[in-house]
Every structure is written in C-alpha cells, then in structure tokens.
Design a protein around this ligand. Sequence first.
Ligand SMILES: [Zn+2]
Length: 389
Amino acid sequence: MVGRSLVGLIERAGIIILTDTTAWIMPIDSSVTVYQRIHPAWGERGKRRSRDSGCGVSFIGASLGSSIRMQPPPVLPRVRSVFDPRKVAAMRSLKLAALNAQVMLTSPFRRARIRKAAAEGTAPISVSFYHRVADTCANDWTISRERFLRHIDYCKSRFEMISLAEVQRRVRSQQSHNAAMSITFDDGYRDNCEFALPLLIQRGIPCTYFVTTCNVRGQMPFPHDVKSGEPLAVNTVQQIRELSDAGVEIGCHTRQHVDFSKVHDQATVRDEVVRAKSELEQMIGREVRYFAFPFGLPAQLTQAAIEAVSEAGFDGFCSAYGAYNLVGRDWFHIRRFHGDPEFARLKNWLSIDPRKVRQEPEVRYFLPPAMSFKETFPMMGRTTPLFAH
Ligand SMILES: [Zn+2]
C-alpha cells in the first residue's frame, strides 16, 4: 500500500517554477509544455499553454504528488515571453532527465500492472503514429532513421506487433492478453519508402499507411510544408500501389488534408471521406478499411465527419490526440499517440502512463441505429478500472 502511494506520488511529479510574480507546475511528459499556473494564494488555478520558454525563472524545484488534474488544453492564450535559447535547452534537458527518472522508478510497477491486466484480458493497446522518417530537412514531424530504428527495435522486443484489425478485435472481444501495439503513418511522404517502410516490411511488422489522395495523385506538397519553406516530396501512386502489394495496409487521410473543425458543409465532408475512399480504392485496387483524421484532435472529430466515415463503410477511424485503446470501449475509434522522437517520452507512453488514461478527453459521437456500431455506445467513456486511478 505504501509502495503504491509512493508510485502514485512519483507518477504525479512535476517541476515547480517560481518566477517573480507567480508559480507554475510544469508536467514533464509532453513536448509542448502545459504550464499550470498557481496564483500566489495557491488557491485558484489557471493554465496556459506555451512552448518551453524558460524566461524569468528564479527557482526550479521538483514537485511530488501534485494533485492538480490537467484538462485537455483547448485553445488557450499563449504566454508572452522572450525566448532565451539556452534556458529553453536547459529546461528541455531538465524535463527529459526528470521523465527518464520517473519512468525508471515506476516501470516495475507499471509492468506489474500490465501483467495483471494481461492476465485478465484487459491489457491496454498502444497505436503510435509517425509522419516522416528521414535524415534531411528535420522538422517537428520528422524522425531520423537512427531514432526510428531504435523505436522499432525497442517495440519489437517488448510488444506483439499487430494490425489495426487485430487492435479492434481485441478491444471488442475484451481479449487482450499480451502487451501489444500497432504502427501507423500519416500523410504520405516519399522518404518513408527509402528506409522506414522497407524496414517494417522486411521484419514483417504490420503497418497502416494513411495517405492524402489529392497530394499523391497531383504530386503536391502539403500546405504545412510549403508554409515552413520545405515543400517535401510526397509518395507517388506507383509507390502506394507497391506498398499495398507488399502487404502494407493503405488507409485514407482525406483528399486534401482537410481540417474538419473548419468544414461546415455536408458536400465537402462527403468529398473528403466517401469520395477519398473510393479514389484510393481505385488507386490500389483493394478495399480501404481505415480512415485517419488529419490533425486528429477532438475538435476535428466532428459528428458529421464520423457519420460519413461510418456511412462510407470504413471499419474504423483513427484519432491522434494521444490515448490508449482500452478493452471494452468504443472500438470503431482507434486512439493513437505520437511516435515521439524523444525516446523517454515514447517509453513513457508505451509503459502506460496512468496520467494519460486519466486525462484523456472524452469524444462523443452518435451513429444512427441503421449504422453498425450501436453496440459500442453504452461502453463509451468507460476506462479499464486498473488503469483509471
Ligand atoms: Zn496528416
């Protein structure tokens, strides 16, 4: 009991930062820092979201057992600050060191929890997503070959690597008796055919590759790459066909990488879901079973788009806001987290961080009874008790 309380404290650890005017608790497990501001009276709590800033810090210390529950950050005001690169780098190193220590200290308990859940058939299933594996043009959505290889070696040695269909089967049947995970990619970058995908194919690791059809067909770089000044090459139709022939599951990532939170007309929704599916099926000559929402945050998972996904005949859809697949829940929705290039953060995710379970935002949607997933609704919002505290 004492051991469990101690682990609970360590798992709630954060870093306290005191500035001239206020105190913040900074969680250590995310790349974008969600600062939790505590007013001088230590009563009312607010929160702001910002990149690591590191400015104006007069004291840094550790906080054990903070009872603050983080809510998923909606759009929050950015902290106005002057960025000092040295302080930012120092802050990042500090956070990673703290996270490494935290994962190391808690991993025996986390492993025991997973073993217990596996024995009961309720082991949570991880699904990670990547975008681009390459050693050139590094950016926030690129991971180097070396780091990707390390991820794959680590995952393959500790997890049963399964397909999305198998993830759904286990969640639905409540038979999850192994630590398992699945690998996915979004967008369709050409560089992935150089190293990452051949590696996965060669090792027989199931993989789902979500592509944006218009970009592939028209060989158009993605708007976010054009905006950042690096119009990176996208996959060709031929490559997508070859991947499909090699056993990679090709999934749909809309026609134009649309942000559904900004789409309000039904015709566009159908175009980006239903038409995208049939275009992609024509491209590869096979059925396309899965859909991944561009951006994949709760805001993009709109009722209209999910209805279109179901109506189009997809077997399921993927989000990307960071969550696990817990048995007995809504299996039509496959939850994913980022294959974070920072190994400590990936390990933290894979070892099932109970904070991530607690903090998962609830995504609600409703499909009419004529659609096939009625049975899942009473289960929505439920978590596996072992991981819910
Ligand atoms: Zn995308």
